[in-house]
Design a protein around this ligand. Structure first.
Ligand code: F6R
Length: 608
């Protein structure tokens, strides 16, 4: 996720040092390029490049820039690859206005064409670059700088945290925010603008949090904020932050994992921004292929399983999901009529890369869904969808799993529409559910937290448990069990519910916890039978089901998690997994383990 910082120092020209140090503390958010712009003696100098801060600083000597006002940025690529041109800050044609931006400007291509037609020259592929050119355009029309900035911002659709400096106004930083965080820091002889509090905590603890549609400028001893929606000036009182920098990075959450669980509504909302063209392009490959093979490892494999079930629901052709490290040995049917979809959060998993290379040799079309732009899997694919989940820091995948299932759901609906399995109206209704599902995700998390915490006390004292599901409930069961074993170290088996009587049931004894995934679909009646079967042998059933479903009566009220209705059961992994992530998290905490650092595991597994 991109990080922004801006600073003005009174009586010092060492602003670049502050920017560099603040960018260093934004590194945890993940990025692929970095840059700073400093204003001095009526000129703006920009230094930026792809790569990590240390590397770029060594190469370009960012700290060597002299000046008292500047902005800096770490970029997590969305529009355009990581490169020197695409790194922020971006300049207008005259080189006197510099802008850094977090978020996505959805109408940038219209704005870009309009500005290009007026003679503006673009140097990057980014959405952000339209902003300095829009401001330049306003100045050409004779507007004062702040008015030009305001008019530029009012033309933007999408999300933004924006900072701007201008050579003509060297004692101010201009800012605006909508749907991307931005805070201001106040000090006696300095002021700061930043996307994240921790980056400026070593300079000031007096923080002003901006709200959506806030716009204004800051200088030392000067602050102007108005709200574009309210069309009025607003006062935002500073708060004194007392947390440590580390706690602040986690946004007040004790662990990144919990923060990322809670970020899922936002991640899902952002993920809806995957472009229609991109989805259509990949869906076309899927529809044109004779067979489709989804491959991945771990959590991403569970998303593949969900994706395969969704695609099978609509398309009449061989579609399967396979663990990537098995592909070379199981030798599934792959030829030039195969569409292979590799799914990977990191985009670097060696098992998945090897399977992709194997499939390419057999002639397959190699597609991928990743969360990291420019990753190896992205680069080695014929076509890729890059998700908008934002970087995931906790080792246990949470928000990237739900974003993967969300992406695959959108792909399945698009493929169904292209193939004629769904008409335009039906597809439209499902797409609407996928656009709105982030709200239900927030609701599920709110409802589940206390129950998960109290159930965790029970799980923390057990050696073993089962997670059972059928059909689309199975990937959720597998994922719930994986979370429990990897961070809480409780042996958890995810199993097809029907298969559980063919062996695993032998383990069941009095009080043995069994989690049932029960979306309201054709598996529900069978799941009811499985609950009875397990309960008769003394199991303690924990049930995840829809609001008002009588299945919940098979257990005590504090052992049932309720999911809001109104969403296709095919999308159920997105919502039904949320209580299970919380259950695993709180079980790890109750057992005294650090969920962010599970033993023997790494975030990116680059060995076979
Ligand atoms: C589990 C987890 C792993 C990854 C797996 C694949 O919480 O994170 O199982 O899902 O290592 O990683 P990616 O998705 O990066 O290919």
């Amino acid at each position: 996720m991109c990080g922004i910082v801006g600073c003005i120092l009174q009586g010092s020209s060492e602003v670049a040092k502050v920017l560099r140090d603040a960018l260093k503390s934004l590194e945890y958010r993940g990025y692929d390029s970095v840059g700073v712009a400093v204003c001095s003696e009526g000129r703006i100098t920009v230094k930026k490049d792809a790569g990590k801060l240390e590397e770029v600083d060594r190469k370009l000597n960012l700290r060597g820039l002299k000046g008292s006002v500047g902005i800096g940025h770490t970029r997590w690529a969305t529009h355009g690859r990581p490169s020197q041109e695409n790194a922020h800050p971006h300049l207008d044609c005259t080189g006197t206005i510099a802008v850094a931006h977090n978020g996505i400007i959805e109408n940038y291509s219209e704005l870009r064409s309009e500005l290009a037609a007026r003679g503006h020259v673009f140097r990057s592929e980014t959405d952000t670059e339209v902003v300095p050119h829009l401001v330049e355009e306003g100045l050409k029309r004779g507007l004062p700088l702040y008015e030009a900035f305001k008019q530029a911002v009012s033309r933007l659709e999408g999300s933004y945290a924006l900072v701007m400096i201008a050579a003509s106004s060297p004692s101010r930083i201009y800012f605006a925010r909508k749907d991307s965080p931005l805070v201001l820091g106040l000090a006696k002889k300095a002021c700061y603008v930043c996307s994240d509090i921790p980056a400026i905590l070593s300079y000031t603890r007096d923080i002003v949090t901006l709200r959506n549609y806030d716009i204004g400028y800051i200088g030392v001893g000067e602050l102007w904020i108005e709200n574009l929606k309210l069309k009025a000036p607003v006062k935002r009182a500073p708060m004194r932050v007392t947390w440590s920098a580390e706690a602040a990075q986690k946004g007040g959450y004790p662990h990144f994992m919990l923060k990322e669980i809670h970020e899922q509504p936002t991640a899902l909302r952002e993920n809806s921004r995957i472009s229609r063209e991109q989805l259509e392009k990949m869906a076309k490959h899927v529809v044109d292929a004779d067979n489709v093979l989804l491959i991945a490892a771990g959590t991403s494999y569970h998303a593949c399983l969900a994706g395969a079930i969704q695609l099978l629901n609509y398309l009449r052709k061989p579609i399967s999901a396979m663990i990537s490290s098995e592909v070379q040995f199981m030798k599934p049917h792959i030829d030039s009529r195969t569409a292979l979809i590799a799914v990977s959060q990191s985009g670097e998993t060696m098992d998945t890369l090897k399977a992709m290379r194997y499939a390419r040799e057999m002639g397959a079309k190699v597609l991928s869904i990743v969360n990291v732009f420019g990753s190896t899997i992205h680069r080695e694919s014929d076509d890729t969808i890059v998700m908008f989940a934002g970087p995931e820091i906790g080792v246990a995948a949470t928000k990237t799993f739900t974003a993967q299932v969300h992406t695959l759901s959108m792909l399945a609906v698009k493929a169904a529409e292209l193939s004629g399995a769904l008409d335009h109206g039906e597809a439209g209704k499902l797409n609407m559910q996928l656009r709105e599902i982030w709200k239900a995700a927030g609701e599920v998390i709110r409802r589940s937290e206390i129950k998960a915490k109290s159930l965790a006390e029970y799980f923390a004292r057990r050696h073993s448990c089962f997670y059972l599901g059928r059909g689309i409930g199975l990937p959720t069961a597998l994922e719930g069990a994986l979370k429990m074993k990897e961070i809480a170290y409780v042996h958890a088996e995810g199993y097809p519910a029907g298969e559980s009587k063919h062996g695993p049931i032998a383990l069941v004894e009095e009080g043995f916890p069994v989690v049932f995934i029960a979306p309201r679909d054709e598996t529900r009646a069978k799941i009811a039978g499985n609950i009875e079967e397990m309960s008769a042998r003394g199991a303690k059933p924990i049930i995840v089901c829809e609001d008002g479903d009588q299945l919940a009566e098979y257990t005590q009220p504090d052992c049932a998690f309720h999911i809001p209705p109104g969403y296709s059961p095919l999308f159920s992994p997105i919502l039904y997994v949320l209580p299970l992530q919380l259950l695993a998290y709180y079980t790890a905490i109750t057992r005294g383990y650090d969920p962010d650092k599970p033993r023997n595991l790494a975030k990116s597994v680059t060995v076979e």
